[in-house]
Ligand binder design. Structure first.
Ligand code: ADP
Length: 499
């Protein structure tokens, strides 16, 4: 896990960040917000200010939407699919070439340990760009026979949706920005994207690379700013055709409300409270670290985090001991230390929220197997925590905490597949689930019964851009990634010709 970084590069990044306020990227130009307002972005490990950043308002959103509309009707419409592929591949190469810098910047801004930001953030972004680049030449309609009297030629066209407003959260800023921009560009759409106010830095750098790649002006516009101002204005803008959002379920509702003004297409990837099931026939050498890292990786700030563990009573002691052992062993600490495995939570607000939930869990009757406390007085660090035997109605078992807090429950042979599926489906969410068992039928039966956008069996690891990502129920609308994600940036048109 040794991932040394270049101290000289770090110094250059810090110097550049503190030199002058970062600007908005509109129509290929850099400009301050019309209001002149800025905000600070901070290092979550130290609380130090990293940079001052322009705070976009409704006027800036309007300018960016105009630029995106002009590009959509003009230069981008004339750009052939294979050229869009080439540009996205070029962008991926530039992200790769600047990987060391982007990884350090992400570590500073998000609080991700340096050992992870290279593959999770930079690798994730490159993977997204390369995967979606291929879709530019592979989106097309179909011919179909109709039954109307006469002779007809009928076919469908897949056309780009248009101008897309994209709003991303703070947990994987660079990879998520690319995961939104790349499929939109592949389909021929143009974009106005807002990173989260906590983590704008790598997206600003990405805008520079977008220009360097030769992607025409106005095709991608980047607006830094707050949700209640820039984000809300994007979701409500009448000339935006689609809004794609990743974030909290609560904000998802606000987006739906705002989007109804012009019936925008709405894509939402929201919260989760994902279950992990470990049966008594599971390979525990795999299941234990997977269950632990599913909730502790990135300090639990992952929408698909496995935050509820259901473990068969015959192996429960061993599994819980193993998970608790990992919780104690994982190195929580400074994000630039290459040995660090768990960094801080992104902000003091998140720290308060997560420790508040741990206290609530105790009030609700849960016992704390391991962790349960803030670490230190500075930085937003919290111990990896396991709460035992929470009741089905307990808020800590129902609500998304977005921190390294696992609720663990035992089940027995009396709990059949339907009962276990009920446990899995007991929350309002339905994003992801994991199953560890060596009984192949049981795995597939449970997978079918879970109301969940993805189910992983006997394995852990990240998402792949080839797999659709999204949720059932309050976890969202639509799917990103895969064919479904690429097609979600198209409108379908039926053309029929009487011959
Ligand atoms: P989180 O709890 O992850 O911060 P949010 O849903 O608040 O989740 O934030 C995710 C993204 O949504 C951020 O970019 C944020 O600025 C933006 N956002 C927050 N509120 C709104 C809103 N009312 N309209 C549009 N975007 C918003």
């Amino acid at each position: 896990m040794n991932a040394p970084y270049d101290a000289g590069l770090l110094e250059r990044i810090r110097k550049d960040l503190s030199s002058e306020p970062k600007k908005l990227f509109i129509d290929g130009e850099w400009a301050g917000a019309k209001s002149g307002e800025t905000f600070e972005t901070k290092d979550p490990a130290t609380g130090d200010v990293l940079a001052e950043v322009a705070s976009a308002g409704a006027e800036d959103v309007d300018l960016a939407v105009r630029a995106a509309r002009k590009a959509f009707e003009g230069v981008w419409r004339q750009t052939k699919p294979d050229e869009r592929t080439r540009l996205l591949l070029k962008l991926a190469d530039l992200v790769e070439q600047n990987g060391a810098e982007l990884a350090l910047m992400e570590t500073l801004d998000v609080g991700r340990p340096i050992a992870f930001s290279r593959f999770a953030d930079v690798g994730g972004a490159i993977g997204q760009a390369r995967y979606h680049a291929g879709w530019a030449t592979k989106l097309y309609g179909e011919t179909t026979e109709v039954s109307a009297p006469g002779e007809w030629l009928s076919y469908t066209l897949r056309e780009p949706v248009g101008v897309c407003g994209q709003i991303v959260p703070w947990n994987f800023p660079l990879a998520m920005a690319m995961g939104k921009i790349a499929p939109a560009l592949a389909a021929g759409c143009t974009v106005v994207l807002k990173p989260a106010e906590q983590t704008p830095l790598t997206t600003i750098r990405l805008a520079e690379l977008i220009a360097e790649a030769g992607i025409p002006d106005g095709v991608v516009n980047i607006l830094t700013g707050f949700g209640r101002t820039a984000g809300a204005a994007l979701a409500a803008h009448p000339d935006i055709d689609k809004v794609a959002f990743t974030g909290s379920t609560q904000t998802g509702r606000a987006i739906i409300d705002a989007a109804k003004v012009n019936f925008k297409r709405v894509q939402l990837e929201l919260g989760g409270k994902s279950p992990t099931f470990v049966f008594d026939d599971a390979n525990l050498e795999k299941a234990i670290p997977a269950a632990a890292m599913s909730i502790f990786f990135n300090a639990g700030q992952v929408c698909a985090a496995g935050s509820r563990l259901f473990v068969h009573e015959k192996v429960a002691d061993k599994v819980l001991e193993g998970v608790a052992g990992m919780a104690k062993m994982l190195k929580v600490g400074g994000t630039l230390d290459p040995e660090t495995q768990i960094g801080p939570l992104v902000s003091p607000e998140q720290l308060e929220r997560v420790t508040g939930y741990i206290d609530l869990g105790k009030q609700e009757g849960a016992s704390v197997l391991v962790g349960g406390n803030r670490i230190g007085e500075s930085g937003n660090f919290v111990e990896p925590t396991v709460l035992l035997e929470t009741g089905p109605e307990a808020r800590v078992r129902q609500e998304e905490i977005f921190g390294p807090v696992l609720c663990a429950m035992r089940f027995s042979d009396d709990d059949d597949i339907d009962r276990l599926a009920q446990f899995g489906n007991e929350t309002e969410y339905g994003l992801s689930a994991s199953i560890f068992t060596s009984d192949i039928s049981r795995a597939h039966k449970l997978a079918r019964r879970l109301r969940s956008g993805s189910v992983r069996v006997n394995g852990s690891g990240g998402v792949d851009p080839a797999l659709p990502l999204g949720g059932f129920k309050s976890s969202g609308w639509g799917r990103e990634n895969g064919k479904a994600g690429a097609e979600a940036y198209t409108e379908l048109k039926a053309v029929t010709v009487e011959l």
